[in-house]
Design a protein around this ligand. Structure first.
Ligand SMILES: Cc1cc2nc3c(=O)[nH]c(=O)nc-3n(C[C@H](O)[C@H](O)[C@H](O)COP(=O)(O)OP(=O)(O)OC[C@H]3O[C@@H](n4cnc5c(N)ncnc54)[C@H](O)[C@@H]3O)c2cc1C
Length: 399
């Protein structure tokens, strides 16, 4: 599957930070991570810190899957609103999922600091706004649920939003959003892990995995083998090729980066935004003074059909931005398309789909993919050590 189109802004600003060799001989190690995006990079970091010997492989250049396409907004707010999630999965799982995402944002900042990654991490206030009057009662229910369960939220009226330059009916403002460049962080993490002894191979495609006694053997497309105790699949949306359970609906999604503003509009200095539309729109700024926005999701059919929609989506999204911020001129400079997925409850999947095998998965689908990946690395350490962890219960397969 081709999981993104060709011109994500992050690839252009960062160019190719580093490349790794492809695998040229059969090897063995303790843990094999398949997939060198942000999830594989975080998992490698956690395993190295735990003293494990790690091999990471990717069929593409590293970080060139969805990680290169991400708009890198960090929110504790899950695609399914809290009051709806409580109805779907119960109070404990729903509230702690929101709390876990909030903690994951702090964890990312800490990890970036530990490895001295200058990945543009910056806390922002997250504004969840209703662009139509009919969504007001829904938004109020969500505000009440968040407040009741201890999240720091503030109600913004139409007039408050007007001061920000946002044309909307009302909004929930939360304290704990953030932005970053996840492509940069993932590359920096891999570099760090490589220095700490991790073996990294790009352009190495795993075709088959077999279990032989206590060992798990992964075979590449070129016929080489990697023999390990555990495999961690960090294969993103392409995991649908190897998971039998139907856990995710794939969507095509679209993102734009504007031309750089000489002075960033006030509305984008301290805030990020998303709205109650379905599919929702979202906006953030970048360090070099651009506005990045995304949305326009459609059911994913294939990459050719997705990418053919790009120029139409660029026009549609620009128009929608202008409706939200009539006084900010948005001139699209880059546009790209990617694939992402929605699960039935907006929550990730962590652990083993087949308890008999030492194959673990981190599948952080949805708009919170990055925060879910952080939570996933904690969960998989417990999955490997066979110790219980709430994440392995809340986010298990066959739930
Ligand atoms: C346009 C867009 C905007 C987004 N915005 C946000 C956002 O604002 N905030 C947020 O939190 N999330 C966002 N996401 C989601 C987020 O980008 C993803 O959750 C995250 O990048 C997934 O990282 P990953 O490492 O799991 O997957 P990927 O980055 O896709 O990495 C998986 C890797 O596995 C490799 N692979 C797959 N199969 C094999 C195999 N058999 N052998 C070898 N290698 C293999 C692939 O080549 C790939 O590099 C967005 C996604 C898109 C597309």
């Amino acid at each position: 599957m081709d999981i993104r189109s060709n011109e994500p802004y992050w690839l252009i600003v960062n160019s190719l930070p580093q490349s790794y060799p492809s695998l040229q001989e059969s090897i063995s190690s303790e843990v094999l991570i398949i997939g060198a995006g942000i999830t594989g990079a975080l998992m490698a970091y956690k395993l190295i810190e735990a003293g494990k010997k790690v091999v990471i492989v990717d069929r593409r250049d590293v970080c060139n899957g969805s990680t290169a396409a991400s708009t890198s907004m960090l929110q504790y707010e899950i695609d399914v609103p809290l009051h709806k999630l409580i109805e779907q999965v119960g109070l404990t799982c729903a509230v702690s999922s929101y709390q876990n995402c909030e903690k994951a944002i702090k964890d990312i900042k800490k990890i970036a600091g530990n490895i001295k990654s200058y990945c543009g991490f910056e806390y922002k206030k997250s504004v969840y706004f209703a662009s139509s009057k009919k969504d007001l009662s829904f938004l109020k229910n969500e505000f009440d649920a968040r407040k009741e369960h201890g999240f720091k939220v503030k109600w913004l009226s139409k007039e408050d939003l007007k001061e920000l330059g946002l044309n909307a009916y009302a909004a929930i403002e939360s304290q704990s959003g953030a932005v970053m460049d996840v492509y940069k962080l993932a590359n920096d993490l891999l570099k760090y892990c490589s220095k700490k002894g991790a073996e990294i191979y790009d352009r190495t495609d795993i075709e088959e995995i077999k279990t032989k006694k206590e060992k798990t053997i992964a075979k590449t497309k070129t016929g080489l083998t990697i023999e390990v105790d555990h495999v961690v699949h960090c294969t993103g949306y392409e995991s649908t090729d190897t998971i039998k359970e139907n856990i995710v609906a794939l969507k095509s999604t679209f993102a734009l980066a504007s031309e750089a503003f000489e002075t960033l509009p006030q509305a984008f200095k301290k805030h990020i935004y998303w709205n109650t539309d379905s599919p929702y729109l979202y906006f953030r700024s970048t360090e070099d003074g651009r506005i990045v926005m995304g949305g326009g999701d459609r059911d994913f059919k294939n990459a050719t059909r997705r990418d053919a929609l790009l120029s139409k989506k660029e026009k549609d999204l620009t128009k929608k931005f202008q409706k939200c911020f009539p006084d900010i001129p948005f001139i699209a400079d880059y546009s790209w398309a990617g694939t992402f997925g929605e699960t039935k409850d907006g929550l990730p999947y962590f652990g083993k789909p087949d308890t008999e095998k030492n194959e673990h998965y981190i599948l952080g689908f949805g708009g919170n993919g990055i925060t879910f990946s952080v939570m996933g690395m904690d969960a998989i350490i417990h999955s490997i050590n066979k110790t219980p962890h709430p994440y392995l219960e809340y986010y298990k397969f066959n739930r």
